[in-house]
Design a protein around this ligand. Structure first.
Ligand SMILES: [Zn+2]
Length: 282
């Protein structure tokens, strides 16, 4: 049996900055006990494939990058632990559940359906196997991210965090904008509550200057990760960034396109601007 760590921590390769990136949805290690019903290539449509690699330059600029190894279709690190559809379970959940809009859409902590609409499981999940996913994968990922943010906040008195994602080019049945084409980037700060507005503005202005279209909090505001770690009044700033997948990959095959390198270079420019900003603020 191989042992796969729940996350990889890419340490700064130069003087560390209080800047952390995390990629919770790009994991490609499918645990043996997943037991999904659709073929793997259909299940993989849920991934934010390549996102951790696209930001791979971050440690060279002094940032820390935390990368999830597990797929979000197995357990979603960007959901709260009580966001479970009880109808997916074979037995009772031991603590109260709070079903969100995401679970109603089938994409809560556990995904009810694959992105093509077919059921993710041909069985009910036992509470014990869900608990194992939480303890083996979800909790260590959050513990690593929280420890990183806390240590840097202690050392610098402030910390900036970018929660890195990608999104389908066009809104699908799992979103509130079905059929609508997306902008190149969508920034989410939960309506200005998870980071200072000037941080969101810096990222938006940098991307706009690079020629990209940018939306803020529409259709994605940010979910559990920025909600949990963003406390701007304590100088803890968390911003979610969604990349449009058409900028870098074929959404069916998940293969990078010829445009991948350009996006990668532009993300390096973005991170250079962000690291300059962070250095001015500490
Ligand atoms: Zn994502």
């Amino acid at each position: 049996m191989t042992t796969v760590a729940p996350f990889l921590r890419h340490a700064p390769q130069t003087a560390p900055l209080p800047l952390v990136l995390d990629s919770p949805h790009s994991g490609e290690h499918y645990p043996d006990d997943f037991g999904h019903a659709p073929p793997r290539d259909v299940v993989r449509q849920a991934e934010d494939t390549h996102v951790a690699r696209l930001y791979g330059v971050a440690p060279k600029l002094g940032a820390t990058l935390i990368e999830a190894m597990f797929p979000r279709a197995y357990i979603d690190a960007n959901r709260s632990l009580d966001d479970i559809d009880p109808a997916m379970l074979a037995d009772a959940w031991p603590t109260p559940l709070s079903v969100s809009r995401k679970t109603e859409q089938g994409i809560g902590l556990l995904w009810r359906k694959a992105r093509d609409g077919t059921p993710m499981y041909d069985r009910k999940l036992t509470a014990a196997e869900v608990q194992l996913r939480i303890d083996r994968w979800y909790r260590p990922y959050h513990a690593a991210l929280a420890a990183e943010l806390d240590a840097l906040h202690r050392a610098f008195g402030a910390v900036w965090h970018i929660d890195c994602h990608s999104m389908p080019a066009i809104g699908d049945a799992y979103s509130d904008d079905a059929g609508r084409p997306r902008k190149d980037f969508v920034l989410g700060d939960r309506d200005g509550t998870t980071c200072a507005p000037e941080f969101t503005a810096l990222v938006a202005e940098t991307l706009t200057a690079l020629g990209y279209s940018v939306a803020v909090n529409d259709p994605y505001k940010g979910v559990e990760i920025v909600r949990r770690y963003g406390r701007p009044q304590e100088r803890r700033h968390s911003l979610q960034i969604e990349l449009n997948r058409r900028l870098y990959m074929n959404e069916t095959t998940l293969e990078p396109t010829v445009d991948y390198k350009k996006l990668e270079a532009d993300l390096e420019r973005l991170l250079a601007a962000v690291s300059g900003y962070v250095q001015r603020k500490v």
